[in-house]
Structures are given as C-alpha cells and as structure tokens.
Design a protein around this ligand. Sequence first.
Ligand code: G3H
Ligand code: 13P
Ligand code: ZN
Length: 309
Amino acid sequence: MLVTTKEMFEKSMKEGYAIGAFNVNNMEIIQAIVEAAAESRSPVILQASSSAIKYAKMRYLMKMVEAAVEEHPEVPIAIHLDHGPDFETAKMCIDSGFTSVMIDGSKYSFEENIELTKKVVDYAHSKGVVVEAELGKLAGIEDEVKVEASDAMYTDPVQAQEFVKRTGCDSLAIAIGTSHGAYKFKGEAKLRFDILKEIKERIPNTPIVLHGASTVIPKLVEMCNQYGGDIPGAKGVPDEILKQASNSGVSKINVDTDLRLAMTAGIRKVFSEDPSAFDPRKYLMPARELIKDTVKHKMVNVFGSSNRI
Ligand code: G3H
Ligand code: 13P
Ligand code: ZN
C-alpha cells in the first residue's frame, strides 16, 4: 500500500523502532528493497534524490514504485524525495505522486531555511504530502577539528524547536555526527546522543531523521576490494550505534552507501570469477540478492522494523 510516512512514524515512535529509508536508482534496487520488506514484514521508505530522478526518469521511477506496491500490497511503502534542493523540485515530485518530500535548506541561513521549508510545507500539505526538513550541517567531522568548531555544525536543540514550530515540517533531519558516503570517521565512530536526547525532549512529537547512516558494512567493502576494487579506509556507523539510535527516538534511518557497496560487490564477484560473463542478468541477479540480504539484515537486526505489519 502506498502511504505517507505519517502513520508509519506514529506507530514507530510509539513502539520505539526506526524505519529504513533506502535510496533507489533502478529496477533491481527497488525489487531488492521491497522484497526484503515483504519477507521481514517491515514498512519501508523508498527515496530518490533529484539526480536519481534524472537518471531513472520520473515516469519509469513512479511506474516501478507502482509495480512494487501492486506486487506487495501488504507492505506500507512511502515514496520520498531525498535532499530536495529547491521548491520547484519538491513541487514536481508532489505533482508526480510522491507521498513525502525532503526540502534540504541546511546550506542556507536559519531564516532562509525556514522561509524555503515553510513554502514547501504549505504546498505539500495542501496536497496531502508530508515534508522532511533539515537543520544542522552533515559534513564529515574529523578528529582534528576543534570541539568548538564541530559543535557549530551539530543541530542546536533550541533552534530545532523554533524551526519546527515556525515551518510546520512533519519530520526533521538532524546533524549529530553522521555524514554521507563511505568515509564517515577517521578514528572511533561516535554520535552525539546527548544532543539527540535534548532535541527529543524539546520536540517529542516530531519524527527525527538520521542521514548518512550507512554502516559501510566491512564484509561488503572487503568483497569489493577482494574482487578488484580499491576502497581503502572506508568506515561507517556500526550496527550497535544505529540500534541505539533506533531505540532512542530516531524514526527514519537513511541508507544509500551500503546499497551501492552491495551492488558493486555482487557485480565485481561475478566478473572476477567469470571474465567471460556478459549477460546483465547473470551479474545483476547476485547483486540484487546481496542488496536484499543487506536491507533485510538492517530491518530485522538493527532498526527493529520487522514484524510490524
Ligand atoms: O544523500 C544523498 C544520497 O546518497 C543520494 O546521492 O545524489 O548521488 O543520488 P545521489
Ligand atoms: P549514506 O551515504 O550513509 O548511505 O547516507 C545516505 C543518505 O543520507 C541519503 O540521504
Ligand atoms: Zn542524506
């Protein structure tokens, strides 16, 4: 069933688990994610960035999501715009049938972010669509950065409260130490759970979103490297920390890098073991399976969203 994230988050906040939001770019990725959700009886958020929409093309993307919904009517599925850069992109997605959009005004000043987010919220709500906004800077936080400097990048709980009140956004992406991509930490992986706690105290009814939350699963990185890849020193957010986040009021956990790694590892293995392979089905099928296993692992063992439907 195609849904907004409203009911999904209400239930997950009450019961204390997170919902995975997985980035989609093509048919194999969509199939893998939705099959994993169906098999683990988990709600799921499919999300597409504006570059993913350019790549897959809006009509194909929406038809594939529609097909997934028809194939698994029992699974609550939301289709969400990831990192909407401007009002026009958010509007295009809303008008094309997205049930949720993100407007990412985190690069703007506090006041500009509020103004842009509010504009998207007003349009989205008039169409029954929900909005995720972002406050704080997600850039990689390195060990050497002085505490005072890095503190400025984290989400300020007082500002978060004012932001939600003034924009009316439905969920809020926060910065507590995660970052996008395969290189999140140089030393020990650490998130600012103290900031999360204060944010939850100030806006207890607003679902909190964690971007840049891939584990950068060591087994997948090793597999990529074993079969000819070169991804040294990659490091993500360990499962234990994500589990703690899921239990501490984070409602949505974004995953893209782990899916990219799974796809790449699967394809590399086939080519490395059989250089004569040139049937796309032969190298995409194992990759699709690996994505499915990865998503299922997160739903069942990390986010706690399995057996919730
Ligand atoms: O956070 C961004 C996602 O990983 C999507 O990346 O813009 O390359 O599709 P993308
Ligand atoms: P990762 O790069 O950690 O997978 O984060 C993805 C993300 O936040 C998409 O919005
Ligand atoms: Zn993100």
